[in-house]
Write a protein that binds this ligand. Structure first.
Ligand code: SF4
Length: 263
């Protein structure tokens, strides 16, 4: 994303028309890549990176900026990036960027994620994972191959469905957050806030919950209209500018040494 907020929309939809030099990398498979952002300085802290967007997500967040990634079958108008193009990209970028960010959709929905991350490391790249943490088992399998993880928090566990619009979506997120804080992997928790979906009390409750879990870095991201298809949220976007309150942010700052506010 061309701002200080992590990527949510692919900068290029599909590099299928790019040249296809011969690959020296091991075969990659099992992770459907819908699009690639070739360069980012903000999605993998301290590293120059590219972002790979995986196809498919079981949640339906009202503010989602990538609804084309919801279906586990790639839409006809945005086919998956062919595997040979992924190889070509990785070969071409080696030495020019430090790492690859795997983002979604929801990357942990795919059984091939750990192998894909492992191959990226073998190819000389550091790896970052962006996840909502819907599956503790999938997360545990992926983390050994991850150098940095960003977990999206939707709300307090009791209010997850208000954001994700899927029953039971909070079932594993608290455990996923705990696994991340105890993994030793560098991490950030972040929440995108909108006054129709969250209150100041919700945000304080999320902050205290994460603090109790041992989270060290927390980012609050204000709602952005780009990509959002929910007209109610868009109509209320102006109201989002004053939320959360300064008083709430002041309290949260006392909980985290590393608190980031993303406009
Ligand atoms: S978790 Fe929510 S915001 Fe992320 S891709 Fe799925 S629906 Fe979109």
């Amino acid at each position: 994303m061309p701002s200080d907020k992590p990527s949510r929309s692919p900068a290029i939809s599909n590099p299928a028309a790019a040249p296809n030099p011969p690959s020296q990398l091991k075969p990659l498979s099992g992770l459907p890549i819908a699009a690639i952002t070739p360069f980012t300085t903000i999605d993998f802290p301290g590293r120059l990176a590219a972002v790979f967007f995986t196809q498919g997500c079981a949640w339906r967040c009202a503010y989602c900026q990538n609804p084309l990634l919801w279906s586990f079958k790639a839409p006809d108008q945005t086919p998956l990036v062919p595997i040979d193009k992924i190889h070509a990209f990785l070969q071409k970028r080696r030495g020019l960027i430090d790492g690859i960010v795997i983002c979604g959709g929801e990357p942990t929905a795919h059984a091939g994620l750990p192998d894909f991350l492992k191959h990226l490391r073998e190819a000389g790249y550091q790896t970052a994972l962006h996840t909502g943490g819907p599956s503790t088992e999938a997360l545990k399998k992926a983390l050994p191959f991850v150098d940095w993880v960003g977990m999206d928090i939707k709300s307090t566990p009791e209010k997850y469905e208000r954001v994700t619009r899927v029953a039971g979506s909070a079932d594993q997120v608290a455990e996923s957050a705990r696994i991340i804080t105890q993994s030793g992997v560098a991490h950030e928790f972040r929440i995108t806030v909108h006054p129709m979906l969250h209150s100041d009390e919700d945000l304080l409750a999320v902050s205290r919950w994460l603090k109790d879990l041992g989270a060290r870095a927390f980012a609050i991201q204000r709602f952005r209209s780009a990509g959002c298809s929910d007209q109610r949220l868009l109509d209320a976007a102006a109201a989002a500018a004053g939320f959360p309150s300064e008083e709430t942010l002041k309290t949260i700052r006392t909980l985290f040494a590393d608190l980031i506010i993303r406009e």
